[in-house]
Write a protein that binds this ligand. Structure first.
Ligand code: ADP
Length: 296
């Protein structure tokens, strides 16, 4: 089984002709409210593919929290670990301009209250999981507690988003560490930006993780381990909306690793899932079923 430990946000999206400057007001489209957050997205993506999936997360006792619980349940995710807190549900305020560029403000809300004690209280979820996927939209001390709570023989997948420096204890446990180009550049520092993605993967691997995956959008991905660096081909599709593609990729990779696939096999499958996810608008709404991945 797969356990996702991470964030759940309501995405509040308004289309604008242009973003307001300081002190200015602009009019936009009707408000659209979508279930989002990297943890919630990953759990839905894995469950839609057929993975037995549980989510450990925190939401508020409010309409956004209920929207998130409903979307998890509709996808078949086990929500026993979705805790309800006094703080409001996390929110991402998103404006999108006509060229598709977005500006986002995140209020972590209840995500910021997901505590190490909540991880310790979820022992049964950890014991039922061969793979645990985690990201950084929750407190870093909670991520570190996840590392300490892994059941013997189970595997940690980490997407360091939003990117920040990681303690060695967390880096060493990643198998793999999954980064997109932006996250890779932040973790590597400015001196490495000119290097090729193959070099990034090798340098990141030397920082401690057992394996590294670098996602490269329409160019597919790279996998790196002690066996070397290999390219994972992308699938050519007409991209409509890349929102949430990385979350779909990570979820699919974690699911296939839990089913016994090699890292290269799991990444090839994940690239197909990521490609399918960019052919439809939205994040969770765009995630494919196993049949849709097969048909690609
Ligand atoms: P993120 O969403 O985190 O920025 P990427 O853009 O690298 O991550 O996308 C994750 C994965 O989704 C890629 O590795 C690739 O497999 C797939 N993907 C993303 N964009 C495209 C695209 N335009 N065409 C085909 N596959 C894509």
């Amino acid at each position: 089984d797969l356990l996702v430990v991470g964030s759940a946000n309501a995405d509040l999206v308004i289309g604008v002709d242009r973003r307001p400057a300081a002190g200015e007001t602009v009019l936009g489209t009707d408000l659209a409210v979508h279930p989002g957050g990297k943890g919630a997205n990953q759990a839905v993506a894995a469950a839609r593919l057929g993975a037995r999936t549980a989510l450990l997360a925190k939401v508020g006792d409010d309409d956004h929290g209920r929207l998130l619980l409903d979307s998890q349940r509709a996808a078949g995710v086990d929500t026993v670990g979705v805790l309800v807190d006094d703080a409001p549900t996390g929110v991402a305020l998103i404006t999108v301009d006509p060229s598709g560029d977005n500006s986002i403000v995140v209020s972590p809300g209840a995500n910021g209250r997901l505590a190490p004690a909540d991880v310790r209280a979820a022992t049964s979820l950890f014991h039922a999981s061969r793979v645990v996927s985690v990201m950084l939209e929750i407190p870093l001390e909670t991520v570190a507690e996840v590392v300490r709570s892994l059941a013997p023989g189970s595997r940690l997948v980490l997407n360091p988003s939003p990117p920040r420096a990681l303690p060695r204890e967390v880096l060493d446990a990643c198998d793999p560490l999954i980064v997109n180009e932006h996250e890779a550049k932040v973790l590597l520092g400015p001196s490495r930006v000119g290097d090729r993605p193959e070099d990034w993967a090798g340098i990141l691997l030397a920082k401690g993780p057992r394996s590294v995956v670098v996602t490269l959008g329409a160019d597919g991905a790279l996998v790196a381990s002690k066996d070397g660096v290999a390219r994972v081909p992308s699938v050519a599709v007409d991209a409509v909306d890349t929102t949430g593609a990385g979350d779909a990729f990570t979820a699919a990779l974690a699911y296939r690793l839990g089913a016994g696939a090699s890292l290269a096999e799991a990444a090839a499958y994940a690239a197909r899932v990521g490609a399918a996810a960019v052919t439809k608008a939205g994040a969770q709404e765009s995630y494919p079923t196993a049949e849709e991945v097969e048909a690609l």
